[in-house]
Design a protein around this ligand. Structure first.
Ligand code: GRF
Length: 203
């Protein structure tokens, strides 16, 4: 399966997917990385792996629609089977999603449906949660609410800050996104990707 990854920042999730796709038996290949910021650190990492990159700086476009058209043109060239949003900090319009309905994945750093939106780790800590985690889901027109594909949980420790919790969640994000992409890109099967547990990872 041909995969295009959309990023806005460091692209650690994109890298995790690129590393997974490097395995011969992994059912996906990353055919392009698109960013809405020219300075996104993930672009250089993708280029270092020989992955074609495209950057469409939002401020270079007069409107959201014009910006999305530029991204959609690059997608038409790359002709992906799947699109993976990985740290892409922009909401997609219905017009963007429609042609790719059911083929766009996103990773969100909380156990949805808890804590959609931003500052998820701070909110989990303030809510007194004992666990946090991440969710890979299909993207629908609403924000962070599409069908869930895979999730992972990690403990929240008593002296956690949002930074220390974010670092712990990021580790399981990479494993969970790999799992989710393998499940969706792979042959249809009834196997349900198990929610990976914190115990699966040395923290
Ligand atoms: C991650 O926490 C991801 O869940 C969120 O953006 C953060 C940075 O992702 N969407 P990355 O390192 O750019 O992949």
């Amino acid at each position: 399966k041909r995969v295009v990854v959309l990023i806005s920042g460091g692209g650690s999730n994109m890298l995790a997917l690129a590393d997974a796709c490097a395995a011969d038996d992994f059912p996906a290949e990353i055919v392009g990385v698109i960013s809405d910021r020219k300075g996104a650190g993930g672009l250089a990492k993708a280029e270092a792996r020989g992955i074609p990159t495209f950057a469409f700086e939002r401020k270079d476009y007069g409107s959201k629609a014009e910006h999305e058209s530029a991204v959609l043109e690059a997608l038409a060239l790359l002709n992906p089977d799947l699109i993976c949003l990985a740290g892409y900090m922009r909401l997609l319009s219905s017009d963007f999603i429609r042609p790719y309905e059911g083929r766009i994945l996103n990773i969100h750093p909380s156990l949805l449906p808890l804590f959609p939106g931003l500052h998820t780790h701070q909110r989990a800590i303030e809510a007194g949660m004992k666990v946090a985690g991440c969710t890979v889901h299909f993207v629908t027109e609403g924000m962070d609410e599409g069908p869930i594909i895979a999730q992972a949980a990690v403990p929240i420790l008593k002296d956690d800050t949002s930074d220390s919790l974010a670092a712990r969640v990021l580790i399981v994000e990479h494993a969970t996104y790999r799992l989710a992409l393998e499940k969706i890109a792979g042959p249809p099967n009834l196997f349900y990707a198990p929610a990976v547990q914190a115990s699966d990872f040395v923290i």
